[in-house]
Design a protein around this ligand. Structure first.
Ligand code: EPS
Length: 387
C-alpha cells in the first residue's frame, strides 16, 4: 500500500516526508518535485516567509540513478528560516525561555483546542505543527505521486476558481487551457478580468489587516474506470479524496462534479446518460456532472473536485481572544503570515489528489515494478475494450 508520513515544524530545521510502497523502476525527476515546491510558494498575497524560503527536496533514500528502488523514499526540505529560530525551537532544555510563550490563541487556528488537548500553555507548541508550512512536504509527496501516474497518461491539474467571493469565468476553456493559463497568473486562474479584481481585493484586505479565502479546483484526466470501489466505505474514492482534501489546513468543504448544486436539481437533470460509441467500442457520456466518480469509483471521465478554504486565521487586525494563562481579555496573537494563500492551495490540493489517485491506482494494478504494473494496466484496459 502506498502511504506516507510527514514530520517537521514550521520553524524547525526541515520538513521530512517518507513515502512507502513505491514500486521499483519508476523514473523520478527531482527537478519536477522542486518545480511543484516553487509553484506552491507563488501567488499574490503571500507573506514575508516566501522571500526567505527556496523550497527544494533532497532525496535521502529510495531513488538510485533516477529510478525508484522499491524501498521507502525520504524527501527532506530545509527551512531556511531555521537559522533565525534555532533557540526558539531548540530541543535543548537549556534554551527554554518562558518570555517567548505565545498565550493569546487566534480564533480559527488550532491554537486553543490544541493547547487544551495537549495541555500546553504556550500556543507555539501547537501552531508550529498545525501550520500550513507542513503542506510543503505534502506537495513533494504529490509531485512524486504524479510521476507514478504519468507513465499511464494520467495528468492532475489544479487552479483557483474564486478568491474573496470573486469568481473566475473558465466556462469557455478546456481543463488543459485553464491549467496552462493559470500557471502564469499571479492568482493561478485563467480569467484576467477576475484576476485584476482579486489582486485589488487582496491588497485592500492587506491594508485592513484581514485575510481572504477561496475555492480551488483539481481536474485529473486519463483515469481508467474503477479506481476505488463500491464495496466498502473506506475504499470509496470520493470519500478518500474528500478526507484527504479536508485534512488540508483551512479546508472547510469539498464537492465533486456538480456537488452541492446536484441537491437542488431533479435526477433527470444531473445524471450522465450512457451511450455506446461503436467505432471506439466504448461506453461514453456526453456530460460529466458526476465529476468523474460513480459508486465510489472513478468512471473514466475526468475527475473534477473543488475545495473551499476559509480565510487564514492569523489577522494583523486580530479578533477577540482570551489569554491562556491569565484568562484576561486579549486579541489573537500576531504571527507573520499571508493575506491569501489560495493560489498555493490549488497546488497543494492538486498534490493531495495526485497522491490519493496514485494510491488507488497502485491498489488496482499493484505490482513491485513499473513493468509489472504496466502489464496489469494494459491487460485491464484490453479487458474493458473486449467486454
Ligand atoms: C507557510 C504557511 C503559513 C505561513 C508560514 C509559511 O503557515 P500558517 O498556517 O502557520 O499561517 O504563515 O509562514 C510563517 C509561519 C512565517 O514565519 O512567515 C508556508 O506555506 O510555507
Amino acid at each position: 500500500m502506498l502511504r506516507f508520513f510527514t514530520a517537521g515544524e514550521s520553524h524547525g530545521p526541515c520538513l521530512t516526508a517518507i513515502v512507502e510502497g513505491v514500486p521499483a523502476g519508476f523514473p523520478v525527476d527531482v527537478a519536477a518535485i522542486d518545480h511543484d515546491l516553487w509553484r506552491r510558494q507563488q501567488g499574490h498575497g503571500r507573506g514575508g516567509r516566501m522571500a526567505i524560503e527556496k523550497d527544494e527536496a533532497a532525496v535521502k533514500s529510495g531513488i538510485r540513478w533516477g529510478e525508484t528502488l522499491g524501498s521507502p523514499i525520504t524527501l527532506v526540505i530545509d527551512n531556511r528560516d531555521w537559522k533565525n529560530w534555532q533557540k526558539k525551537m531548540s530541543p535543548d532544555p537549556a534554551d527554554r525561555d518562558p518570555s517567548l510563550a505565545v498565550t493569546r490563541p487566534r480564533p480559527g487556528h488550532a491554537d486553543l483546542t490544541g493547547a487544551l488537548k495537549y495541555h500546553h500553555d504556550d500556543v507555539r507548541n501547537v501552531l508550529e505543527r498545525a501550520s500550513a508550512r507542513e503542506t510543503t512536504a505534502r506537495v513533494a509527496v504529490g509531485a512524486l505521486a504524479k510521476q507514478l501516474l504519468s507513465p499511464f497518461g494520467i495528468r492532475v491539474m489544479g487552479w483557483v476558481c474564486e478568491i474573496g467571493g470573486i469568481a473566475a469565468d473558465h466556462s469557455r476553456l478546456s481543463a488543459e487551457e485553464v491549467f496552462e493559463r493559470a500557471e502564469s497568473s499571479t492568482v493561478r486562474m485563467a480569467d484576467p478580468v477576475a484576476e485584476e479584481r482579486i489582486v485589488a481585493a487582496i491588497d485592500q484586505s492587506k491594508k485592513r489587516g484581514d485575510t481572504l479565502g477561496g475555492v480551488v479546483e483539481v481536474v485529473a484526466t486519463g483515469l481508467p474506470p474503477g479506481l476505488g470501489s463500491h464495496v466498502h466505505y473506506d475504499r470509496k474514492i470520493d470519500g478518500r479524496l474528500a478526507g484527504a482534501l479536508l485534512s488540508l489546513q483551512s479546508a472547510k468543504g469539498v464537492e465533486i462534479g456538480l456537488g452541492f448544486c446536484m441537491a437542488r436539481l431533479a435526477g433527470s437533470q444531473v445524471h450522465d446518460e450512457i451511450f455506446f460509441d461503436e467505432r471506439a467500442r466504448a461506453f461514453v457520456r456526453r456530460t460529466n456532472n458526476a465529476g468523474g466518480t460513480e459508486g465510489g469509483m472513478t468512471s473514466g471521465a475526468p475527475l473534477a473536485v473543488r475545495v473551499a478554504f476559509k480565510p487564514l486565521s492569523t489577522l494583523m487586525s486580530p479578533l477577540h481572544s482570551v489569554d491562556l494563562r491569565s484568562k484576561d481579555e486579549a486579541t489573537g496573537a500576531i504571527e507573520r503570515s499571508d493575506v491569501c494563500a489560495i493560489p498555493a492551495a490549488a497546488v497543494i490540493a492538486e498534490s493531495v489528489v495526485a497522491f490519493e489517485l496514485a494510491q488507488a491506482f497502485l491498489e488496482k494494478f499493484g505490482g513491485d515494478s513499473l513493468v509489472e504494473i504496466r502489464r496489469n494496466h494494459q491487460g485491464y484496459l484490453q479487458q474493458i475494450r473486449e467486454s
